[in-house]
Ligand binder design. Structure first.
Ligand SMILES: [Zn+2]
Length: 510
């Protein structure tokens, strides 16, 4: 990645900077560097250009004083690095940015086009980092070119409309390709009241596409339960968690592992997946297309049709991206009842809420709570991992009531992030994320407790038979120094929210 390629700002082109020859005494880069010609550092016009750049870019420029030739070279390389400005050449710029984002492990690219400047930020491990600054005009042309590359029929881009599109090279039509591991980019363009556009490009299939299920952060006994289910021929496993909790990644990674184990044991099972849109490529699985439609109703119906098609295609394993409504819920349950292994996700607060949510959606209560179709319920959240280069012992923190309480709970291994961070963690104190999960076998004994006494009793029942809760896992990881001790109060606050103890599906006996 050349620092010159897309981050050079040609301030001579700006409406806010004088496009006079003096700009050749200065070269400004989006990362905040400015090269200033040694012999002209005190020219009033050079100082004016630098001041205007700082004001308009909202950054403090780090000045380096260099010979004039170096500036000339930097400007030539910078302008060339942008690969021209027309739409066709803009493609190279788009692919450069996507490649840079992927190399940094980003999940999303945020492009904020304001009246004067465009700010490009990357979300890495859940945190947004400023990546580059362009002119507003360049941002508008960049987004127009993104839309023109997209896989859609109507290609008229307007910064004034909400637009959604998907970027994925189609052979032989497209001559461009993504870097390895990236399958598609989902784009959302939002017009702004103040400014021009806020666009978000989500990189699909790029994040940790090579990670194994162990890397995700499940504990050994949880992996055992999940893999025991993966070996079975029928039943339903559902993963719950809030948006961005890594549900899809967990499901895809489990399926990849299952394919590998099947292959090693010469077991050939057919696997069909129905996702809208597919998050990434799953080797050996038949990933069905859900056609693009205009309305939510048409979308839901196309999704259900794709599931029905999968069920008519002699599947062994079926993966349904998400249970969103009664139709999908019933299809998932029916698929299990007719002898298939089914994986899906559900948007709800915890593993224990999964059976109740299915009943809420309208699935027959006796099937959910009184049969063995649902076999495994997983609830998960993602939390930042401590940077192991700069984290420090909790015991060294200035003593306070909170520190004493955490130390007593977590022991000597507990650690906290360094406030300054280090180069390894981009000075954030954290590096990567890990899953905090509960993996529950939803067998008859469990469902009986849940149906009769509600979630707190069901959670206690699981802990007692050796299925740790999200709290338990958080404490384990904090006492091993993998996650910050300060995470514990936050996790406990969320996981002890008053769950639906008075749910209509529960006949509270005590
Ligand atoms: Zn660090």
């Amino acid at each position: 990645m050349s620092p010159l390629s897309s981050s050079y700002i040609d301030i001579g082109e700006q409406s806010w900077a004088p496009a006079d020859p003096q700009t050749s005494f200065v070269a400004v880069f989006a990362d905040g560097r400015a090269l200033v010609a040694l012999d002209h550092a005190h020219d009033p016009s050079v100082r004016a250009v630098l001041a205007a750049s700082e004001k308009n870019l909202g950054v403090h420029l780090r000045r380096a004083y260099v010979p004039l030739e170096e500036i000339a070279q930097a400007r030539i390389a910078g302008v060339a690095g942008r690969r021209g400005s027309d739409e066709a050449n803009m493609q190279g710029h788009i692919l450069d940015l996507i490649e840079q984002a992927q190399a940094l492990g980003a999940s999303d690219i945020h492009i904020d086009v304001s009246e004067r400047i465009t700010t490009v930020s990357l979300r890495v491990d859940g945190t947004l980092f400023k990546h580059a600054t362009w002119t507003a005009e360049h941002g508008v042309r960049f987004l127009g070119a993104c839309y023109a590359m997209a896989d859609i029929a109507n290609k008229s881009y307007s910064a004034a409309r909400f637009l959604a599109a998907r970027l994925a090279p189609r052979e032989p039509r497209d001559k461009w390709a993504f870097p390895a591991g990236l399958e598609a980019v989902r784009m959302q363009f939002n017009p702004k009241t103040f400014g021009i556009t806020y666009a978000v490009l989500r990189l699909l299939g790029s994040v940790k596409s090579t990670s194994t299920i162990e890397d995700l952060g499940f504990e050994p006994e949880q992996l055992q339960a999940l893999q025991a289910f993966a070996r079975r021929n029928k039943g339903l496993a559902i993963i719950a968690g809030p948006t961005g909790s890594g549900k899809s990644t967990t499901m895809a990674t489990l399926l990849i592992r299952q394919r590998e184990i099947d292959a090693a044991s010469r077991r050939a099972r057919t696997c069909f997946t129905i996702e809208d849109p597919p998050e990434r490529r799953l080797p050996g699985a038949q990933q069905l297309v859900v056609p693009n439609t205009d309305t939510d109703e048409a979308r839901a119906s196309a999704f259900a049709d794709a599931i029905r098609a999968a069920l008519r295609s002699d599947p062994d394993v079926v993966m349904i991206g998400e249970i969103r409504d009664l139709i999908t819920a019933n299809l998932a349950v029916t698929a299990s009842m007719t002898g298939h292994q089914v994986w899906s996700t559900l948007h709800c607060s915890s593993a224990h809420a999964i059976p109740l949510r299915l009943v809420d959606l309208g699935v027959d209560r006796t099937i959910v709570l009184g049969s063995d179709e649902l076999q495994v319920a997983v609830g998960q959240i993602l939390v930042p991992k401590l940077c192991n280069h700069c984290s420090r012992p909790l015991a060294n923190e200035p003593p306070s009531q909170e520190i004493r309480a955490l130390s007593a709970m977590l022991g000597h291994g507990a650690r906290v992030p360094s406030p300054q961070g280090c180069d390894q963690c981009r000075h954030s104190g954290f590096k990567g994320r890990t899953v905090l999960a509960e993996v529950i076998r939803t067998d008859a004994a469990y469902l009986e407790v849940l149906a009769a006494k509600g979630i707190p009793a069901a959670r206690k029942f699981c802990t007692e038979r050796g299925e740790p809760s999200i709290d338990d896992i958080a404490k384990r990881k904090a006492s091993r120094g993998e996650i910050s001790a300060y995470t514990i109060p936050e996790v406990m606050e969320v996981s002890t929210l008053p769950d639906v103890a008075s749910h209509p599906a529960i006949k509270v006996a005590s």
